[in-house]
Each structure stands twice: as structure tokens, then as C-alpha cells.
Design a protein. Structure first.
Length: 69
């Protein structure tokens, strides 16, 4: 299998990263040793660092940024 990027893990951040990578036209593979962490932690929220892939400034107001997603 040929891929451009391997994302380690299947938590919310890893899934979001894999989707963003795929949308940019690259081949991505998710690697995990067992069940996704979403199975155990389905009610958690990961930290939102940047609002968009091309943003240069990190999110200052996570609550407001999540509302705009």
C-alpha cells in the first residue's frame, strides 16, 4: 500500500487530521493497535488549535470557534 502520510491513533484529533489530509488530495492511512479512543471517550472534546488549515493564528476563544465550525 502506498500512502503519503500515516496518522497514528483514531481519536477525534487524529480523525480530523486524516480528513484534512485527504481533502488536500494526499493518501492517508490511520494506524491504531485496537479500538478507537472514541469508543471509550465519546463525550470528550479535543483542543481546537487552529480554526482552518491556512490560519496563522491559534484559536483564542475555543467556545466561539467551536460554534463557528
Amino acid at each position: 500500500m502506498k500512502t503519503d502520510i500515516a496518522v497514528i491513533g483514531t481519536g477525534l484529533s487524529a480523525l480530523a487530521a486524516a480528513r484534512t489530509i485527504q481533502q488536500s488530495g494526499r493518501q492517508v492511512v490511520l494506524v491504531w493497535p485496537g479500538l478507537s479512543s472514541l469508543y471509550f471517550l465519546f463525550a470528550t472534546v479535543d483542543v481546537l488549535g487552529y480554526p482552518t488549515a491556512d490560519a496563522t493564528e491559534p484559536v483564542a476563544d475555543p467556545g466561539g470557534a467551536v460554534a463557528r465550525l
